[in-house]
Design a binder for this molecule. Structure first.
Ligand code: PLP
Length: 391
């Protein structure tokens, strides 16, 4: 029997993404950046859980000029779907995988002379230029050429390699405080000035992520790397940027059961009913990317009321107490988290309850819940396998 390709939404638990909001946010970011500063939209970790393939057109058609990811597989997935969008890998790619970078025309971050030489050789064999961005370490101590004269000498050598096109040079801020940012920024500008004086030329010099781009206009340079703000997640403190959260995580009640006073719910009976009540099962759990450590803290929104998630959060399901919503029924929609309107918890609130940051809450969403795209021209869905996306 042939297995049919399923374009239906196969589950009641979905990640809904408002493409109009993504588009709005990118237009706001581009307006903030101004005409002299390009916007690289960071869509690593499957577009911070929103589904990189589903949101890429809304991003690129509203002011971004580059998509930035962390890994080769993320870049290849985007290039297969959208060969014309420029894609930068901000992480390092192992030597043995460099042929893929050329094959797909991906822009690669480089931070060693040895790998630059190898890529130059592979590119010359293919007679195809490789576009690169040089990573310079100004103190984060993650990746990048260390800040020293030998590095400048090596970068100068890279600039003379005939099959490499060093289109950018960049660094990343630790964001410890204003003073340490300034130390890193000066270090970066000193290195770049020195390199440019000696004949290197980099069209895109960049150092600002979302927070730095909003809070420190002087750090925007030729390009900003905007991640969180594309999705409407605000981590900045000083600047202003009107953006809207685009993601809502929702489900529907799958089952309702009576629970009598003193009876337990879920593993280890860590929750016992203080009174006779009804308990609803919801078909989502930690395997969907919902933090298991929200036990005893999580609230979800049902019929406009916040109701508590009770007991241990299971891999695929969790339970809520229906005491405050006595007329709830199987099939009722439940907002796991939304944008804060309609009495929902927003991603910021959930991240605080879970003791983490907003980026972690969304980037850990797995591919199991289908993505549903609303806004834009029409509703589209992506269920687990991106190739199943329907027009
Ligand atoms: C993830 C990442 C970004 C984007 O970070 P946000 O804080 O989400 O804007 C920018 N630059 C690099 C190098 C990154 O890894």
């Amino acid at each position: 029997m042939e297995i049919p390709v399923l374009n239906e939404i196969m589950r009641d638990t979905v990640v809904e993404v408002d493409l109009d909001r993504i588009a709005f946010n990118v237009r706001q970011i581009k307006a903030m950046a101004g005409p002299g500063t390009q916007v690289a939209a960071v869509v690593k970790a499957d577009g911070y859980g929103h589904g990189a393939l589903g949101i890429a057109p809304a991003i690129m058609e509203n002011g971004a000029s580059l998509l930035a990811v962390a890994t080769l597989s993320e870049a290849v997935e985007l290039k297969q779907a959208y060969p014309r969008y420029p894609v930068l890998i901000m992480g390092l790619t192992p030597d043995r995988l460099l042929p893929y970078v050329l094959e797909y025309g991906i822009i690669q971050t480089i931070d060693t002379l040895a790998q630059a030489r190898l890529l130059n050789r592979l590119a010359s064999e293919k007679r195809q230029q490789a576009v690169i961005h040089i990573k310079y370490d100004t103190g984060f101590h993650r990746i990048g050429f260390p800040d020293c004269p030998e590095s400048l000498d090596e970068i100068r050598q890279i600039c003379t390699m005939p099959w490499l096109k060093p289109e950018g040079i960049y660094s990343h801020l630790a964001l410890k405080d204003d003073e340490s940012n300034q130390v890193q920024f000066r270090c970066f500008m000193d290195a770049v000035t020195e390199l440019e004086r000696e004949g290197c030329h980099f069209p895109y010099k960049h150092i600002a992520d979302s927070i730095a781009a909003v809070d420190f206009p002087e750090y925007r340079l030729d390009m900003i790397r905007a991640g969180a703000i594309v999705y409407g997640l605000k981590g900045f403190h000083k600047g202003q940027l009107d953006i809207r959260q685009a993601l809502t995580f929702k489900t529907r009640i799958s089952h309702i059961t009576p629970v009598f006073k003193g009876q337990g719910v879920s593993y280890d009976y860590l929750w016992t009913a203080p009174r006779d009540t009804r308990v609803a099962a919801l078909p989502f759990g930690y395997a969907d990317g919902y933090p298991r450590n929200l036990r005893g803290k999580a609230m979800v929104t049902l019929r406009g009321k916040q109701v508590p998630v009770i007991g241990i959060i299971c891999m695929d399901q969790c339970m809520i107490d229906l005491t405050d919503v006595p007329d709830a029924q199987i099939g009722d929609q439940v907002i796991i988290y939304g944008d804060g309107t309609g009495n929902t918890l927003d991603i910021d609130a959930v991240s605080r309850l879970a003791g983490t940051n907003k980026n972690e809450i969304v980037s850990r969403l797995t591919r199991r819940p289908p993505r549903v795209y609303v806004g834009g021209e029409n509703v589209r869905t992506a269920d687990y396998f991106p190739e199943r996306m329907t027009p």
